[in-house]
Design a protein around this ligand. Structure first.
Ligand code: ZN
Length: 183
């Protein structure tokens, strides 16, 4: 998948890209697009990202006043719905919405910038959430390399987001292969 980190300078102390860039990317790739909204008021932007070609749209529980409503909105737009937790957010904050989502994304760094160091305390959260999720997707995002990949896979993650680790490797494919084999 192509994982797209959307930041708004509000919810996250950085600004990245919006729906027009996702639409342009969509035209150049055939794999699913996994759009991670690190933004305030995600419900206002779900339609634009769905129209831009997102296959999965994830939003932060910390940014949602009515998470069930947003999950329904994402599914009605024809996308899979994911919910995301910042490192400081307890796993049981999603206890009463977890049965409605297709995926949970556990942030293993605080969102905002690439190249940050994996927070080891998140291993326990991944284990808790794997127990809540059954066999649905558990994604991790932040500080993933060939070493932390094994740690998070052992804890129950099955979808790994990697930015710096891939882009800093002379061969993107070799880096991705190492992550795939890490478990
Ligand atoms: Zn992300």
């Amino acid at each position: 998948m192509i994982h797209v980190d959307v930041m708004d300078g509000h919810f996250t102390p950085n600004i990245t890209i919006g729906p027009p860039v996702v639409a342009k990317l969509r035209a150049h790739c055939s794999v699913p697009m996994d759009v991670h909204l690190m933004i305030s008021n995600p419900e206002e932007y779900v339609p634009a990202f769905a129209d831009a070609g997102a296959d999965i749209i994830s939003f932060h529980i910390e940014a949602a006043n009515h998470p069930h409503r947003i999950i329904t909105q994402i599914k009605e737009a024809g996308c899979k719905a994911g919910i995301v937790l910042n490192p400081g957010t307890p796993h049981d904050d999603i206890e009463f919405v977890v049965n409605d989502v297709d995926m949970v994304l556990v942030m293993t760094v605080n969102p905002g910038f690439g190249g940050q160091r994996f927070i080891p305390e998140m291993v326990r959260k991944i284990q808790y959430i794997r127990a809540m999720l059954g066999d649905r997707d558990l994604e991790v995002d932040g500080g993933i390399d060939d070493k932390t990949a094994k740690t998070v896979i052992d804890a129950g993650a099955n979808v790994l987001v990697a930015g710096s680790y891939v882009y800093n490797n002379p061969s993107y494919m070799a880096a991705i292969d190492l992550l795939r084999k890490a478990g």
